[in-house]
Design a protein around this ligand. Structure first.
Ligand code: EPU
Length: 430
């Protein structure tokens, strides 16, 4: 199993480009199932989760191919299996994004029910209830969701109990081919939802209200092929900006969009760091030691849960005490004990972590537990004195494209080694 080894202490500065967003690209690829004509995708990031979605589409019978310009061609006209097997769903929960599109186009779908995950239970009950309101008959058999509809799905008025990102995406995709109007109330308004709605419009869908908490979809008979482009990854963007800040440096991320990161940038300003934004770029420059600030994760446009761990890493070296409250997922503090191994005091109190900023972190062997937790450990390792070894980095490969290369470009001393190179294979400990 690969590991990342970091020699901490270098100040990171310079410029890196943002990649396409994982959480935008996944629903966009699922949306190709709504169309029986070719769809061309630009700016698809090379990530493990994207390969899983491509494998799923190919397993269903689609033709999926990158060309020499790194554009992805997907043609789902040959799909014969409207299903998603456990082997793929268990490695990536977002595989369940195919449920809405398959049901809308084929009238049936058999999708394995995702199990729990490291950061919380993450049920998909609201996705299923919404599809039922649209006329689907849904049963559970042997761990699979069996969804069927007689004829076409019907437009419905759906009120989400709680804001759900992939729930909004799944139902939006189902609704574009339904009979009549669907209204999604209390829907998510993340930039990835807007990217999906804009892309579906390019393919012939009629959608209004995306970017607000009320999305209205007028079903159409069919969609057509076209070209769609993934937005910049706002979480990746902020992770590199945080890498600059935690090392006392000055990092600019290009090909990105500051309007997607307002709550994060407001908090960075509160720490006393300099933030500059312009057409397609964001620069963050540390100006002395950061001040501690509190954060509270919220659905967009609030502070993203996907940046909670990275911001906590920043707070480990800030001046003062910071309270980090996680309101979206019930178990998203797995990085706390790993950060503590690097010498910081963090006390957990319900859904809050109280971080006592310290003067210095010391490198240590730490273990990645989920994607964003791994990113926080890499950030801490870049700032710590000595060597940090991050194991189980397959988590990081799910969501960060060429992370070592990008961090090295900024001056980070970071490399990937395979476990047998690090020489500790098969040793037992008492
Ligand atoms: N929830 C339910 N029932 C549902 C759906 C959601 O109870 O039917 C709960 C969840 O358990 C959670 C809350 O509602 O407590 C919000 O979850 P949401 O459905 O919004 O999360 P998601 O759609 O499964 C996406 C991202 C996550 C990101 C969250 C929140 C994708 C593929 N995943 O997940 O990204 O954290 O929204 O913004 O878009 C990541 O990239 O590291 C990641 C975990």
């Amino acid at each position: 199993m690969d590991k990342i080894i970091i020699q901490g202490g270098n100040i990171l500065s310079g410029t890196v480009e943002a990649s396409g967003a994982k959480n935008a690209a996944l629903p966009l690829l699922a949306a190709a199932l709504l169309v029986d004509e070719p769809v061309l995708f630009h700016r698809i990031p090379h990530l493990h989760d994207i390969s899983t979605m491509m494998t799923l589409l190919a397993w269903q019978g689609a033709k999926v191919m990158f060309d020499d310009q790194f554009c992805l061609h997907v043609d789902t006209s040959s799909v014969t299996k409207p299903a998603a097997p456990y082997e793929l769903v268990k490695t990536m929960r977002a595989s369940s994004l195919v449920l809405g599109p398959l049901l809308a186009r084929f009238g049936e779908a058999v999708v394995s029910l995702p199990g729990g995950c490291a950061i919380g239970a993450r049920p998909i009950d609201m996705h299923l209830r919404g599809l039922e309101l649209m006329g689907a008959d849904i049963k559970m058999e042997q761990g699979n969701i069996i969804a069927r509809v007689n004829g076409r799905l019907k437009g419905a008025h759906i009120v989400f109990d709680q804001i759900t990102v992939t729930g909004t995406e799944n139902l939006m995709m189902a609704a574009v081919l339904a009979d009549g109007e669907t209204v999604l109330e209390n829907s998510a308004c993340e930039p990835e939802i807007v990217n999906l709605a804009e892309s579906l419009r390019t393919l012939g869908a009629i959608i209004t209200g995306d970017g607000s908490h009320r999305v209205v979809i007028q079903g159409v008979e069919r969609l057509h092929g076209g070209e769609i482009t993934t937005i910049a990854d706002r979480i990746e963007t902020a992770t590199y900006l945080a890498a600059g800040l935690i090392t006392g440096g000055d990092v600019t991320v290009t090909d990105t969009d500051a309007s997607m990161l307002e709550s994060f940038l407001a908090k960075v300003r509160e720490t006393g760091a300099l933030v500059e934004t312009g057409d397609g770029f964001i620069r963050c420059k540390a100006q002395g030691r950061l001040r501690s600030v509190d954060i509270d994760t919220q659905p967009h446009p609030g502070f993203p849960t996907d940046l909670q761990a990275q911001f906590m890493a920043l707070m480990t070296l800030a001046d003062g005490v910071s309270v980090v409250r996680e309101t979206i997922f019930e178990n998203r503090f797995m990085h706390v004990q790993e950060l503590a191994r690097m010498g910081v005091e963090i006390r957990l109190d319900g859904n809050s972590a109280i971080v006592h900023g310290c003067e210095k972190l010391s490198g240590a062997p730490v273990m990645a537990t989920d994607l964003r937790a791994s990113a926080s450990l890499v950030l801490a390792g870049l700032a710590a004195s000595g060597e940090t070894e991050v194991s189980r980095i397959y988590h990081i490969d799910r969501g960060y494209e060429r992370i070592e290369e990008k961090l090295r470009k900024l001056g980070g001393r970071i490399e990937r080694v395979s476990a047998n190179e690090s020489g500790l294979q098969g040793s037992a400990s008492l």
